[in-house]
Structure formats: C-alpha cells, structure tokens
Design a protein around this ligand. Structure first.
Ligand SMILES: [Zn+2]
Length: 424
C-alpha cells in the first residue's frame, strides 16, 4: 500500500456508500493533528504529525466524508475513552431500552448485540430493564474486562463477518443489533451493515444512532470534524446503502443529545412495516436543499467567516489584557483550537475532569490540561466553552467562577459572551 504521509491509509476518491467518484471538496481546515492523542510535553504536542482535514460531498448519494483515512492504530493507540458512568448516561441508556422495547416489541430472552459497546454500560442497563440476553462486541481488551465484570458477555473484536458468525454459533441470531456513535467512524460501511444482515433474525433490526448531517450544517458544528469521524451522514445515503444490501429503513427517530442525532432502524427487505417517518425525513432533506452541493458551498463560506470571527474577537480580548482559559479537552475542542491556530499565547490552559487527561497537553496547540481546581486558584477573565453542547451545565457547575466576575465565551454557532453577573 502506497503511503505518502505515514499514517494515511488511503485517500478517499470514491464514495464509501455508493462508490461514485463525483465528489466535491467543500471544507478545508488545513493540516490538523489527531484529536485524541494527548501529549506528555508541550513540545511533543506542537510537534505532532498533521494531516489534511478536508470534507467532501458525494453528488450522487449526498454523503459527506473526509478526504483521508488515517490508520486506526495511530488514532486509537492512546485512546483511553470509557463510556461515562454518570447518572445522566445511565438515565439515557434506560430511556433507550424502554423506547426500543416499545417500538420493536423486545421481550425477555431476546438477544441484543451492541457493536463497539465499550465497557458494556448500555447492555448492562438493557439486561436489567428488559431481561434480554446481551453480547458486546468491542476490540478494547481493558474495556472487555470491565464489561464482563458487569455481567455483559463480550467478544473482543472489531465488528465484521467473523464476529457475526461467532455470535450465531455461540448465542443464536440477534433480534436487535445496536451501534451508537459508531457508524460515522467506520470506513467499510458496506461490510459493516452486511455483517449485521448476515446474523440478524428474520424480523430482527439493526439500529444505528449517529450525529445527523442536517444539525452538523445548520448549527455550524465544524468542530465535530476530526479524523476518527469519517462520515457526516444524512438519511438518504443510509437508505441507498440499506437497499443495495437487500435491506430497508423502517423507522427514523430524532434525538436531541450531542447537538442532534438520529436513530435509524434497518431490517431485512419486507420484514417490517415502513413507518411514515422515513419518507418524511428524506423529503425534508431534499426540500431543504441537503441533496444539492450549493448548501455545502455556502456553508464553507459561513465556517470560514465563523473561524475568522472567533480568531479576531478572542485575539482582541487577549490584546486588551484579558486572561483566557478553555473547558474541556475533548476531540471537538481540539479541532476548534487547532482550526483557529490558538496556542498558549491566547489560551492559558484547558480545564478537564478526566484524570487521565490532566497534566497532558492538547495536540497541536501545546496548551496544558489542568484540574478544575485551577479555575479557582488562577481564574481567567473568560472561559471558552469548547463543550458548547453542555454550556448550561458547565455554567451552572462553575457558579463560583462567574460570581467572581468571570465571563463565558460560546464559540458555536456564533461567537457570544455570557456574563452571568450582569455586566456585558
Ligand atoms: Zn455516494
């Protein structure tokens, strides 16, 4: 395999869903480092290898995808993510279990498989709430141990034909396969969905949950672009993919978590009544222009303007003598900081609650990641909320900071200052 820059597995010259080569590049954030690989020193962080961060649109099926695929071994080598076991996440899992039981008629003893189920938190709730049998498929060995300890049977593997065969032999045919926040990270989506079809029971369902392409564009979520996130997905390309594999989407549901995600239910052809939601979503995408390249060209200009505005507003505050810090060191925060070319000349530090991240440095920028206590010990004038989708919670949790006169900067969908103590 030819590799011009080490780490790039391939350049994407055809659509991973329909195979078409009529692709239009519509966004270029420049050369960016991998978002999740935190560095041990500021110099290491600044010296990290960078890759072209560009998004292209397929004129045939309307899929948006990155122009390169990075070697997963590079991306996940330092990857220590574990599903949050916060009460909010458990509540979310419980809501999902009940919702899926009601819409799919799941009953005790049915088999549910979760693809890339991490530490098994979701399946543990399913087992508890619904009395179903559960199997987690996840490649991370340390997470598999945690899942097994929680009573969730785990196959340590990537999802594919081999894992699907093993499930049928060892456990039978699944009635439901879930994949939450996985689909957009998969390069070979055809094999991914096809493996699900091969093992599902005749009236079984595959449920994909992923960030919705319309929210991505509408709310200017350019910071959700990072190298792990290969595709930015509408319903239309998924419909094409399902149909080309002898399957059909039979329901779509909108969720409001993470800045807008959808749940897409796929079954074997003619196995389910197709609900009106499917045609409604497709018609809305078409009517709003999302099946046309113009929307994406306009968006490109909007994002270039947004980034220029963030840079000029935040730089002006800094030049006026303000001290600026950021919250939190997530993948999307790193995309925003790097797209704005910020470093410690602008942002003094990033506050984060994850113990494994504290003491390390943000990739590309070299900004140190510190414990929440620093916010009280060495308070900034402005806290740039990189996790803008949790802005309300973060502002509520940092009341002491704002009581001392601290202000917040919300970067997306537009630069905005919030001063809870009244002064503008
Ligand atoms: Zn396509």
């Amino acid at each position: 395999m030819k590799q011009e820059i080490s780490g790039i597995v391939r350049e994407v010259s055809n659509c991973r869903i329909c195979g078409c080569t009529d692709l239009i590049k519509y966004l270029d954030l420049g050369l960016l480092p991998l978002a999740n690989n935190l560095a041990a020193t500021a110099n290491d962080a600044k010296a990290m290898r960078r890759y072209p961060m560009q998004v292209q649109y397929c004129r045939d099926c309307s899929l948006s995808q990155l122009t390169v695929v990075i070697d997963p071994r590079e991306m996940y080598s330092n990857y220590a993510y574990r599903s949050s076991i916060s009460q909010a996440y458990i509540d979310h899992c419980r809501e999902m279990a009940k919702s899926l039981r009601d819409s799919l008629g799941l009953k005790e003893g049915d088999l549910v498989v979760d693809i890339a189920g991490n530490d098994g938190a979701l399946l543990a709730v399913f087992k508890d709430e619904l009395g179903v049998r559960v199997v987690n498929v996840d490649p991370a060995e340390n997470l598999a141990e945690i899942a097994e300890a929680a009573g969730v049977t785990t196959i340590t593997s990537f999802w594919g034909a081999e894992a699907a065969r093993r499930i049928v032999v060892e456990h039978g045919k699944p009635d439901l396969i879930t994949a939450t926040n996985v689909f957009a990270h998969v390069d070979d989506v055809r094999s991914f969905v096809s493996a699900a079809k091969d093992c599902l029971s005749d009236d079984g369902a595959l449920m994909l949950e992923f960030p919705y392409g319309i929210d991505f564009i509408e709310h200017r979520e350019f910071d959700t672009i990072y190298f792990e996130h290969l595709s930015y997905v509408l319903l239309e390309p998924v419909r094409r993919l399902a149909e080309s594999l002898g399957m059909a989407i039979f329901d779509v549901q909108k969720q409001d978590i993470h800045g807008g995600t959808i749940r897409v239910f796929i079954g074997k052809e003619n196995s389910h009544d197709v609900l009106p939601s499917v045609a409604e979503f497709i018609a809305n995408e078409k009517q709003e222009g999302y099946h046309d390249a113009d929307v994406y060209r306009d968006w490109n200009r909007e994002i270039d303007d947004l980034i220029a505005d963030l840079v000029s507003q935040i730089t002006a505050l800094k030049k006026g003598g303000a001290k600026i810090a950021a919250f939190a060191a997530s993948a999307k925060g790193n995309t925003l900081l790097n797209a704005c070319r910020f470093d410690t000349d602008t942002v003094d530090y990033i506050v984060d609650d994850t113990p494994e991240k504290i003491g390390r440095f943000s990739p590309g920028t070299g900004i140190p990641i510190v414990d929440r206590a620093v916010l009280a010990e060495d308070p900034p004038d402005y806290l740039l909320i990189l996790a803008w989708n949790f802005a309300k919670e973060i502002i509520a949790e940092t009341a002491n900071f704002s009581a001392g006169g601290g202000k917040y900067i919300i970067p997306i969908p537009a630069f905005k200052i919030i001063a809870p103590e009244g002064e503008a």
